[in-house]
Design a protein around this ligand. Sequence first.
Ligand code: ADP
Ligand code: ZN
Ligand code: ZN
Length: 753
Amino acid sequence: ASAGGQLPATPSTPSFPAVLGVAVPTPLRRLFDYRTGPSVPPGGWQPGLRVRVPFGRREVVGIVVECRAHSEVPFADLKPISAWLDATPLPDDWLWLCRFTARYYQHALGDTLHQSLPVLLRQGRTLEARTRERWRLTASGRDSSSERLGRARRQAELLELLRQHPRGLVSSAIAAQGFGRAQLDALAGKGLIECRREAVIDTPSPGSAGWLAEPALPLNREQGTALAAMHEGLDRYHPCLLHGVTGSGKTEVYLQLIEAVIARGRQALVLVPEIGLTPQTVARFRKRFRVPVVALHSGISDGERLDAWLAAANGRAPIVIGTRSAIFTPLANPGAIIVDEEHDGSYKQQDGLRYHARDLAVIRAHHHGIPVLLGSATPSLESLAQAQAGRYRHLRLTRRASRHAPARLELVDLRGRPRQGGLIAPAIDAIRHTLAAGRQVLVFINRRGFAPTLACHTCGWLAECDHCDARLTLHRQPPQLACHHCERQQPLPDACPECGSADLRPLGAGTERAEETLATLFPETPVYRIDRDSTRRKDAFEQALTEVRRGAPCLLVGTQMLAKGHHLPHVTLVVVINADAGLYASDFRALEHSAQLLIQVAGRAGRAEHPGRVLVQTLHSDDPHLRLLADNGYDALASQLLEERRVAGLPPYRFLALARFESPRDADATALAANAAMALRDRLGQEHDGVQCLGPVPAPMERRQNRYHVQLMLSGAQRSKLHEAAAWLAAWLERSREARRVRWSLDIDPQTL
Ligand code: ADP
Ligand code: ZN
Ligand code: ZN
């Protein structure tokens, strides 16, 4: 009667005993079967209910995904569910997105569900938001005058305070005014005030003042056109690319779109690349709206994250802003998704579950039937191709809201010119002039440390990591050699380990060296270095920026941390120490990414009333791509790159998947990759549906942390065919015995090769 029972007609009709397919947190790409056990959840089984189940020797929190009549395991051998944790299932939209993500990215569903949940829910915490007390006057409290309270002066004062706050005050605010429990209890005892419990994040009713805390800006013509286009498609899937130069007012368009979404009683989800680095973004949203704006990022506590997640899931949070993983936030009434800086590399997770949050945003908007707005000054070639094909609406903002044209890139030839800390004389002169005019300078160098490596001038030895195919970076603060790939550190040698010579010199320049040189050249001017090392201390970054915003002449030296989204209104000169990193790299996206970075850095210059200059030092000032970027701008270069990708059969015109293999022994990784490739090619056979398998080849940095990395590249003209091949390969690898000695992973739509 057991395993042969009928499958329930609807999920909520309990028909026990049956077999439940549970997703548990493991990398294995399958569900695990359990039987129901003694207790049954009140509403019957439903997908999305959390359970506690025995798994191996442990008990884990799993999520029920399906109910089946049969299991391959004999019913008597199935273990029972130990406990049901929820009365109501986790939100549908979240479960749907996780299932899609697991399938699309070829990742285990159990691990996908687990990773996309707040930590406290992973651990089995109940789905209850923390609450607080809100006190307000009762009807008789409103009618009574404080005089009636006679000599109870503090009670009278509290009554007056609450009279000024018709929506009531939360107990912490009352305590902050110096009132205690005694006064609250006394007034409540007289029936003058009452208390209600509410969630910590709670939307107040709009009241007569409405949702807006400050008026929206009148839009310029281009912004108006963009917003009108968004208004046309508020109730359907409507993907739009908001392509606007830095400072053209994209954020203002987001704010007014959100206003329309909230007016419909819906929620807006906003993805941003990094919140920790750009608190101004969240501040701007909070300033505009009189509703809770919840921010999800790495800096909040587990409790705050759970509150935010529940407030989003219950519809109490109208605006949710977060980094990559916020795409998994459930929404009760989704109204729009906005992805700011949609080209940013941080949207792609580079390990474990390798999803792309921008791509999931589009999928999710399609599922909900809502608009999705992708904004950027330098859109990804993927999004541009979608716009060109007419699948995304292309909205352009070509003018800066502040009237000034964005600064042009001026290429400065480095060849044959002596450098000081990476800078040549014309750049140093330009810096001197800018500082003399009372303005600020940003020097951009995308390498932290003092110098990219240490070299022996007698024999040519270079400091290299023993564990990686990489040079060691020389640091001075503190003095050491460090590998930026495996984080190993070692003391500086006194002499060359090869020939004993003491003539060891730094080779090239990093941020520390540029800082040192600038401090020597301009001893009167403060120099602020901004990179991962200098900002390790919490708030160090914000403090430096606060100083810089005061506007006194200063020098900023930094890595791409400085390029992102900061308004530096007093910077009128940007110097890029070396633009060449992406020009001849093996990764086909390197050029696109370095062009985006250059334009982003250039966008820092001259944002306020003063026009800016951008000097770009390069050894390849006649490189055609770099020239095109400097002379005609990002859009021209992007068109050219798209054409090159089309000819070369690369994304966005073909789709890629990368299988990565790593092991301590080179031979193990290579053998498994070769066998996998052979099996896959066999399977693809003649009818390979346009799917190709290339490799195995060594990864760009073959040895990392003493592990060898080998890869296979799958490419296909059709996404679906490529995915079938990738799924087949994953299944083959899971079954393979050799795969136990080799760590492998699949990366669908890889961003870096
Ligand atoms: P982006 O997001 O495209 O970089 P922002 O939205 O941050 O641009 O706008 C740049 C500056 O211009 C901001 O200071 C903003 O307040 C201002 N701004 C934007 N739109 C308008 C407008 N319509 N009228 C006046 N100022 C505007
Ligand atoms: Zn030597
Ligand atoms: Zn290393």
